[in-house]
Design a protein around this ligand. Structure first.
Ligand code: IMP
Length: 427
């Protein structure tokens, strides 16, 4: 296997960082293909936690080429802060490559995100306010500024001037927000450009050459299936395509070059932001899971909404991304529970539906159909072989795999690299 895509199968925060970190060790190249610094991965190495936002998880290993593909939106200030933070901790970032075709996220995108969220009132999406949506809006409107433009002072100055005039009109006249001044922004971003220059490359050629040479390439998904612009719980989604197909458009590789797609599934469900969530627990059990799992946003610190695992979602993720295997994370968080529920269908208007509904009106009215499993009440964090997991834990996981129609490949039982059960070698 030389190309693997790892995606989130739920609403994000499934623990992709840990799985990607594990697979990154075997890869030559690690690629981010969508999103921006709205993502937040925590990777624990030797009890030290690294919070990654834009940098691919491979950055924590020496000698891996790390790529931010054309589908990523790059906030220069944020990426430089992250690079410098890594350097201060002794991590070498010289192998990072940023696509010339990636979009540049500017301060007006952040302000527009804030202003639009406020203006939405009760229809707010609950965005991370990092400017991600507005940056992708400009990309689609074909007025975005790309990294290749940022590298060309004349080109950048002209495009910034043009865009800033329009953005200031929008911010001031429509939203009553503060405008930006052109000269200080130009100066600041030209300085950022020089700091970023050593990292900029045509990553499309770099990746295709690496694949042609038989190098192992890992495509690291950010966000997740239900946050996908096309396939998620629209409009409560992000503005890019985190599903497996997004790796092809967001990195410039053909689908025929992909060997395997791995879906990361948290052993329960969480969600941040707004939107329906059928298995959400509004009772003490939700708080128990939140506390046990430290379910607070890496980027925003917001408490995450918690609920039982929904196998209908995992099945849907399996279909839209063509999942080959599941990587289950955070099984250990359920270790202390007396019993655990798994949603295997929905009840709507007296009928059982198994498909994930497109209509949010329907989704907000469905009642989950649960199967209940005995808790295992055993510490699983020391388990390293699947057959050594308690029988009750295996029963729970196997039923998930059966309903989702995707085999189990990895089970993670703790945050550290070694706290992992490998059932199938991925590369
Ligand atoms: P945006 O990506 O900032 O526009 O936010 C859109 C929606 O996606 C909001 O509900 C966010 O909370 C959610 N979101 C974006 N990135 C992540 C992530 O990495 N994990 C979980 N939720 C996310």
């Amino acid at each position: 296997m030389s190309a693997i895509i790892v995606i989130g199968s739920q609403w994000g925060d499934e623990g992709k960082g840990k799985v990607v970190d594990y697979l990154a060790e075997q890869a030559n190249v690690v690629v981010r293909y969508s999103g921006g610094n709205n993502a937040g991965h925590t990777v624990v190495v030797k009890d030290e936690a690294y919070k990654l936002q834009l940098l691919p998880s491979g950055i924590l290993y020496k000698g891996k080429t790390c790529v931010l593909g054309n589908g990523v939106v790059i906030d220069p200030e944020a990426i430089l802060k992250e690079i410098n933070g890594m350097k201060e901790r002794g991590i070498d970032t010289s192998s990072l490559r940023i696509s010339t075709r990636a979009q540049v996220l500017l301060p007006y995108h952040r302000r527009q995100d804030e202003a639009e969220e406020t203006a939405r009132g009760e229809f707010k999406i609950g965005t991370t306010k990092r400017g991600i949506g507005p940056c992708y809006m400009d990309k689609v409107a074909r007025c975005g500024i790309r990294i290749v433009d940022l590298m060309d002072p004349e080109e950048f100055a002209a495009k910034l001037k043009h865009n800033l005039t329009a953005k200031n009109e929008l911010l001031v006249k429509l939203y009553g927000a503060e405008p930006f001044e052109y000269e200080p922004m130009l100066k600041q971003y030209l300085a950022f450009a020089e700091q970023l220059r050593p990292y900029v490359a045509d990553t499309t050629y770099l990746l295709n050459d690496a694949l042609d040479k038989g190098e192992k390439v890992l495509f690291e998904g950010a966000q997740a299936t239900l946050l996908d612009l096309d396939h998620g719980t629209y409009p409560y989604v992000t503005s890019s395509n985190p599903i497996a197909g997004g790796a092809c458009t967001g990195a410039g590789v053909g689908p025929g070059k992909i060997d395997k797609v791995v879906g990361v599934v948290k052993a329960y469900t969480t969600r941040v932001g707004e939107g329906p969530f059928p298995t959400e627990l509004h009772c003490a059990m939700g708080d128990t899971i939140r506390e046990a799992g430290h379910e607070f946003g890496t980027v925003t610190g917001r408490p995450r909404r918690c609920g039982w695992l929904d196998a209908c979602i995992v099945k849907y993720a399996g279909q839209v991304s063509g999942l080959d295997a599941l990587a289950i994370t955070r099984l250990d968080i359920l270790d202390g529970l007396d019993s655990i529920k798994l949603c295997v269908g929905y009840l709507y208007n007296g009928e059982i539906i198994k498909e994930y509904p497109a209509s949010l009106k329907v989704l907000s009215k469905v009642e989950p159909v649960y199967e209940e499993f005995a808790g295992w009440k055993t510490d699983t964090t020391k388990v390293r072989r699947y057959e050594d997991l308690p029988a009750a834990a295996r029963a729970y996981l196997e039923r998930l795999s059966e309903v989702a129609g995707v085999r189990l490949g990895i089970v993670s039982v703790g945050p550290n690299r070694e706290e992992t059960i490998i059932m199938e070698e991925m590369f």
